[in-house]
Design a protein around this ligand. Structure first.
Ligand code: ADP
Length: 564
């Protein structure tokens, strides 16, 4: 045992052990440095280090193999002392389960001296482990003999404990840092794998709009669009250099995202001119914020490119088929309609002749039976014709070929014509006209306007199977007429308001066979109204049903009137 009498000696001693603590790389090396330092002061059987934390840690470092009862006695002492340093309530059992026996290597090699000579702790010393007045744990020394721990050396022991506390805290921080680094590295690798294997293209651009990162799919898409990718060149410049319109569109989206706006599923045509279905991308862009900045300022933009060309190809195939099929259906349909009308006229003539001849048959004459059947054929043919026309109009809208033929007429006349036609198909409904304008002169496509009114009226009847009032109202607002068609039917939830104007869209509860239809009427109606420079929308009625509105400018604003 070294007896240190002078301050200089003490300093030299502390310097020596301090270096050992500093050199310690892990907690075991700290334990060894601690044992070595304490051994110079006392002859003891074991020491322990209890560290606060969630979970707490307890290491018992014996100098020679302890007997089981002695170990138990150590744990009992630690448990009791733990309460003094403000340790949360922990039982001796929990301490025993947590305890880690950091036995020197010699134990394992059988080089250790005999096991402890007694079974009980007879003397002990507890020193708090502190860092800047914060107790982080407790150092305890144990011996099975009485009077081992000299209180004269308490100050020096406390200094050693402080060294140990700092060394342990450093080790702990390093371990935590390592764990965090490993977790971050794992996450980075996982993300890298996901990003490089995802089918969507991913681009990251900086605040100048230049690409700083791209995944393999993005590079493939750029190559397909015949764009030579150059790092550090802003997309705008790249667009000009390579005469790629879609890249300027992309640059615009990225610029919006830099302004803090997230852009979702914007369609960009990136294909080369002349292709039947060009390379089409669905693009989403979101700002990449710097979490360190308050308020967060974007340091770039993350853009996801989705190649939707194949779904566009399928869509085109479908559209082509619909267009061809509806064209082909029209010819036989016209013939059926013509021959039915011809037959009806003949039968009607025969009935008239029978009447003239004064014969009053007792049973219903076969002609009147035929006439009834023929009128069923006629009305079904008209229904089929409407469907085919909707399909043809749909194709025209798709290809931008819905042509309008303008003439000047009175809107009131169109409404007055349409209402009786609709009324003839609706026994349970009362359709009325509410004219709130004096003059209803307009320049528009008469047939198309009539078609829209007819379509909305047909829906108003179809979707109010219980019957009720249907009102057609004509008002005016600025340079427009406003037509509203109010029904008392099943109504539409607001979440479907925009969707019902999409092609083939039918509200799920009305898509059943109870209501026939293919979901094209409103799609075509919207195209017609917008072709006139008007607007179409709907609202839910207070009590029941819906109101469809559309506006028509008195004089068309989008196209030069093509006077018929
Ligand atoms: P279709 O009537 O052939 O289904 P439309 O394009 O005319 O196609 O209408 C689209 C959908 O909008 C309809 O299927 C229906 O779900 C809903 N809808 C249209 N008009 C009304 C209405 N007056 N009341 C309730 N639902 C309606």
């Amino acid at each position: 045992m070294v007896h240190i009498s002078t301050v200089r000696h003490e300093m030299a001693y502390l310097n020596k052990i301090g270096k050992r603590f500093v050199a310690a790389n892990d907690r075991f090396e700290v334990h060894h440095a601690l044992i070595a330092a304490l051994q110079d002061l006392y002859s003891f059987s074991a020491c322990s280090i209890l560290l606060k934390g969630e979970p707490f840690e307890l290491s018992i470092i014996p100098r020679y193999p302890p007997s089981a009862p002695f170990l138990q006695s150590i744990i009992t002492r630690i448990t009791r002392a733990a309460n003094v340093i403000g340790f949360p309530e922990v039982t001796a059992e929990e301490m025993a389960v947590t305890a880690y026996l950091d036995a020197p290597d010699e134990f394992a090699h059988g080089e250790a001296q005999a096991i402890t000579r007694g079974d009980e702790v007879k003397d002990f010393l507890n020193v708090p482990l502190t860092i800047e007045d914060r107790i982080i744990g407790m150092l305890s020394l144990f011996d099975e003999r009485e009077g081992t721990f000299d209180t004269d050396l308490l100050q020096l022991t406390t200094m050693i404990a402080d060294y140990a506390a700092i060394a342990l805290e450093n080790v702990r921080l390093r371990e935590r840092e390592n764990t965090l680094w490993k977790a971050a590295e794992m996450e980075r690798r996982r993300l890298e794998l996901i990003i490089s294997s995802m089918a969507e293209g991913l681009l990251i651009t900086n605040t100048q709009g230049a690409i700083t990162f791209s995944n393999p799919s993005a590079r493939q898409i750029l190559a397909q669009a015949q764009v030579e990718f150059k790092p550090d060149v802003p997309l705008k410049v790249l667009a000009e250099q390579q005469d790629a319109n879609w890249l300027s569109e992309l640059a615009r989206l990225v610029q919006h995202a830099l302004g803090g706006k997230t852009m979702i599923r914007q369609e960009l045509i990136a294909g080369v001119k002349g292709e039947a279905v060009p390379l089409t991308l669905s693009v989403s862009a979101a700002p990449l914020d710097d979490p360190g900045q308050k308020p967060e300022a974007p340091i770039g933009v993350v853009t996801v490119l989705n190649d939707i060309t194949s779904s566009k190809q399928i869509e085109k195939l479908k559209d082509d088929f619909v267009s061809v099929a509806s064209h082909e259906l029209r010819t036989p349909l016209t013939a059926i309609k013509g021959y039915t009308q011809h037959l009806m006229r003949r039968v009607e003539r025969r009935l008239r002749e029978n009447k003239k001849s004064g014969e009053t048959p007792e049973v219903e004459p076969p002609e009147s039976y035929d006439l009834r059947n023929l009128s069923i054929i006629q009305s079904q043919t008209e229904h089929l014709e409407r469907l085919v026309n909707d399909l043809l109009d749909h194709s025209r809208v798709q290809w931008g070929q819905l042509e309008l033929s303008f003439s000047t007429f009175k809107l009131a006349d169109v409404l007055a014509e349409r209402i009786p036609l609709a009324q003839a198909t609706a026994d349970l409904h009362t359709i009325s006209l509410d004219m709130q304008v004096q003059d209803s002169k307009i320049t528009a496509d008469r047939k198309r306007v009539s078609q829209v009114v007819g379509n909305i009226l047909d829906n108003a009847i179809k979707f109010s199977p219980q019957g009720g009032e249907v009102t057609v109202r004509l008002t005016e607002q600025d340079d427009c007429y406003v037509i509203s068609i109010i029904d008392q039917g099943i109504g539409i939830s607001p979440e479907y308001f925009d969707h019902i104007f999409e092609r083939f869209y039918r509200v799920r509860n009305t898509a059943s066979s109870q209501y026939s239809g293919i979901g094209l009427g409103l799609y075509v109606a919207k195209a017609i109204i917008e072709g006139h420079g008007g607007r179409i929308w709907l609202a839910r009625n207070k009590d029941m049903g819906s109101t469809f509105f559309f506006t028509l400018p008195r004089v068309p604003v989008t196209k030069e009137p093509n006077q018929a």
